[in-house]
Unconditional design. Structure first.
Length: 181
């Protein structure tokens, strides 16, 4: 199931995968393995892999804390590049539906996510049916962010999808190289 990964025309999609698991800490290992495999396949350094593990754990743990009993955690991962000479990026988009008692990210988790990723976000109530990785310019540099559809005014108070995302450059990857060789 890979329909959850979309990119705009400026981004080269290298690889993608999705996993749909019960929202429980026992399943977090499978999600981490998926993200680590993407990093490993694209030349991630040990530091890259550790940052990906930390970001995946913290983001998914935050989402799962708001999932109802029997809720699902759906994670879409993609590797992409902004051009031949740019580093490989890993984008992770995760969501739980029927989220309950939603709180903001704890300050410490936000600090950790800021240190372990290039960009991240958590959004409550936005439709995540067709999220798209888009090029964004921040502080004069191109990067990648996730665009989500805003909730309609009529159901904004009823929306219960909780979405988290992050994007991380692989500093250990060699720009322009093909990891499959």
């Amino acid at each position: 199931m890979t329909q959850g990964v979309h990119v705009d025309a400026e981004i080269e999609l290298l690889d993608r995968a999705s996993i749909d698991v019960w929202a429980s800490t026992e399943n977090l290992r499978m999600v981490r393995l998926l993200i680590s495999a993407f990093g490993t396949n694209h030349g991630a350094s040990v530091d890259d892999l550790e940052d990906l593990r930390i970001a995946t754990d913290d983001m998914c743990a935050h989402l799962m804390a708001h999932a109802p009993t029997g809720g699902r955690l759906i994670v879409h991962a993609a590797t992409m590049r902004l051009g031949e000479q740019s580093p490989v990026l890993i984008g992770v988009h995760a969501q739980v539906d029927r989220a309950e008692n939603v709180r903001e990210l704890d300050e410490i988790v936000a600090l950790i996510m800021g240190a372990a990723t290039d960009r991240f976000g958590v959004v409550h109530g936005c439709s995540a049916a067709q999220p798209t990785w888009k090029v964004e310019r921040v502080d004069g540099a191109d990067g990648v962010g996730l665009a989500l559809d805003e909730p309609a005014e009529s159901n904004a108070g009823q929306a219960s999808v909780l979405t988290g995302w992050f994007c991380r450059s692989l500093h250990g990857s060699d720009p322009g190289s093909d990891p499959a060789q």
